[in-house]
Ligand binder design. Structure first.
Ligand SMILES: NC(=O)c1ccc[n+]([C@@H]2O[C@H](COP(=O)([O-])OP(=O)(O)OC[C@H]3O[C@@H](n4cnc5c(N)ncnc54)[C@H](OP(=O)(O)O)[C@@H]3O)[C@@H](O)[C@H]2O)c1
Length: 195
């Protein structure tokens, strides 16, 4: 069965964005993107780069790990706000939302249904793994379905922001096994944990 993989960039204190929820990696943002981090991401997870970056870097073709991405509405809207209706056209792209309507044409599938049952159906289909891009609210709803966490850990603390799992997720301690790790000279790390 294919896996649901939460591949996410996190600070040392477990946040995936600042309190304003905006992309913190752009010009003037507080979250630096070191060259070694970007190089590792490009070589290991080229499908996790948004379409604009893939075009700029002449990356094409199928994903190495994933053929499907699932995303929460608020994360999806960040791309929409800058005119990107589908940041991942090279993947089947499902956006969970009960409110989105009147979207520009794209291959994105808006899913108003329960993320857990939808993900269980996806897992039973043939294919590569499923990337849970976030954000924290959708990750909280899918907490019990996550088979692997790939943490792109930044050597940064921010004190407050959007947590990796929403604060209203249920208390449910789970143990994970470290199955892969890459420590980069910049201090960033890629840590893979499996259930
Ligand atoms: N660091 C990273 O790698 C990374 C990756 C992705 C996102 N992010 C950040 O994450 C932030 C957004 O995260 P977020 O937690 O605010 O929102 P989110 O998880 O992206 O989206 C939440 C929305 O998903 C929809 N949804 C559908 N079914 C749901 C269910 N059963 N439970 C919960 N939500 C459901 C709802 O949309 P409706 O209200 O329309 O129903 C809900 O409001 C942004 O700041 C973004 O930058 C960071």
């Amino acid at each position: 069965m294919r896996k649901l993989v939460y591949l996410v960039a996190s600070t040392l204190d477990g946040f995936i964005a600042g309190p304003d929820g905006k992309d913190p990696t752009g010009p003037g943002g507080f979250w630096p993107v070191p060259e070694d981090y970007l190089a590792h991401l490009i070589s290991e997870y080229p499908e996790a780069l948004p379409v604009q970056a893939r075009e700029a870097l002449s990356i094409s073709g199928e994903g190495r790990h994933f053929d499907t991405v699932v995303e929460g509405r608020r994360s999806y809207e960040l791309g929409l706000a800058v005119g990107v209706a589908d940041a991942f056209p090279h993947l089947r792209h499902l956006v969970f939302s009960r409110t989105l309507s009147d979207l520009p044409p794209s291959a994105v599938e808006v899913v108003p249904a329960d993320p857990v049952s939808t993900v269980r159906e996806l897992k039973n289909q043939r294919g590569k793994d499923i990337w849970l891009v976030g954000g924290g609210t959708l990750a909280g709803a899918l907490y019990t379905e996550i088979d692997r966490i790939v943490l792109k850990l930044a050597p940064l603390t921010i004190g407050s922001g959007v947590p990796m799992f929403s604060a209203d997720a249920e208390f449910d301690p789970r143990a994970w096994t470290l199955t892969d790790r890459t420590v980069l000279p910049s201090g960033a790390m890629f840590l893979t944990y499996d259930r």
